[in-house]
Design a protein around this ligand. Structure first.
Ligand SMILES: Nc1ncnc2c1ncn2[C@@H]1O[C@H](COP(=O)(O)OP(=O)(O)O)[C@@H](O)[C@H]1O
Ligand SMILES: [Mg+2]
Length: 323
């Protein structure tokens, strides 16, 4: 099978951490071809979405990957398209999802471009607000300060388009930086931010639960450095093995039908102290750490799922544009 990966350049990928790299390696081991494209390589010609791709072969030792010669492919002609571009979700990402719709229903697209467009990672979680800590979304500094006071003096502020812990701060009433932080994150009251109740359980870790088609693939716990609020691996969070609790499983069971309906197949939930804080859908990570804990290649499970799904895309469907 041929799989197209729309993603950042391969030389930005960390071979021992990156989840897309793990997908490519697992797919290659199962005999599939990986085709690499960046968002700007995707184009529409006469209503058909194509991409200028380069075959990529990955390896476990340096230089870790090699590109083959570029070619043009019609996306409906490949078995699957993985949208794995890292955030932020800006206008080029928006256009990418709109163009990929031309192949929707004719090839397996992970995650569904419509679902991606609908699901801002921070705001999507609000569909399940009953499982979240107290949360406010606003651009108003006054409203934020009042909310932090109502929370008892502590909160966490985050930009709506951030990832990897970027722009996430602890807000503490009385801290002489609080006004400056709120001003910066909200762009002096012009940009929306999310403010949440501070969950002290974060010191024990922020659990990343990876879901495949609404089912638990596995989880890893990310423990922040003692001098940081943020648990993200990218900023030095330490990864340890963990299991999904019965309480967390209840949250997942509640969320899964909505994720399935939105075509959000490969998803990373962030859970702190049993509370849902974020639903990562654009390019969730963590599969390599999970595989190491399990002693089993969990990326292969995702590839196997795709193999099963693509059986359903018959050639007749592929040649029929505009579904
Ligand atoms: N409500 C919260 N209480 C305590 N810590 C939090 C809270 N929300 C986020 N954090 C910390 O900040 C980190 C990043 O926040 P998150 O909402 O997951 O955004 P990002 O998209 O940057 O990962 C988390 O891993 C966690 O360590
Ligand atoms: Mg997160």
């Amino acid at each position: 099978m041929r799989f197209v990966y729309v993603m950042d350049p391969m030389d930005r990928v960390l071979p021992d951490k990156d989840t897309t790299f793990a997908f490519q390696r697992a797919a290659q081991l199962r005999g599939h071809v990986s085709l690499h494209a960046e968002p700007q390589d995707v184009y529409v010609d006469s209503g058909e979405v194509h991409a200028r791709v380069r075959p990529v072969v990955v390896a476990d030792s340096a230089p870790f990957f090699a590109y083959g010669p570029a070619e043009d492919v019609r996306l409906a002609d490949v078995e699957a398209v993985f949208i794995r571009k890292d955030p932020p979700f800006e206008s080029s990402y928006l256009y990418l999802t709109l163009m990929l719709e031309r192949a929707r229903g004719r090839t397996e697209i992970l995650n569904d471009p419509r679902g991606l467009r609908d699901a801002n990672e921070k705001l999507y979680a609000l569909h399940f607000a009953r499982h979240m800590p107290r949360t406010l979304v606003t651009s108003s500094p006054d409203r934020i300060h009042a909310f932090v006071k109502a929370l008892g003096g502590r909160g966490v502020i985050k930009p709506l388009d951030g990832a990897g812990g970027a722009g996430v701060f602890l807000l503490a009433e009385g801290d002489k930086n609080i006004r400056g932080i709120v001003e910066t994150v909200t762009g002096e009251g012009k940009r929306l931010a999310m403010v949440q109740e501070y969950l002290p359980a974060v010191e024990q870790g922020d659990k990343r639960i990876l879901l495949l088609d609404g089912e638990v693939l596995g989880a890893i716990n990310r423990v922040p450095r003692s001098d940081d609020l943020r648990s993200n691996i990218h900023v030095g969070g330490r990864v340890e093995p963990c299991e999904v609790t019965a309480e967390e499983q209840r949250i997942i069971t509640d969320i899964a039908p909505r994720l399935r309906a939105d075509g959000l197949v490969f998803v990373g939930l962030d859970v702190i102290g049993g509370k849902l804080t974020e639903v990562n859908v654009t390019s969730p990570t963590g599969i390599q750490e999970l595989s190491r804990h399990r002693g089993e290649d969990m990326a292969a499970k995702v590839i196997q799922w795709v193999e099963r799904k693509t059986d359903g895309y018959r050639p007749s469907l592929r040649s029929n544009p505009g579904i």
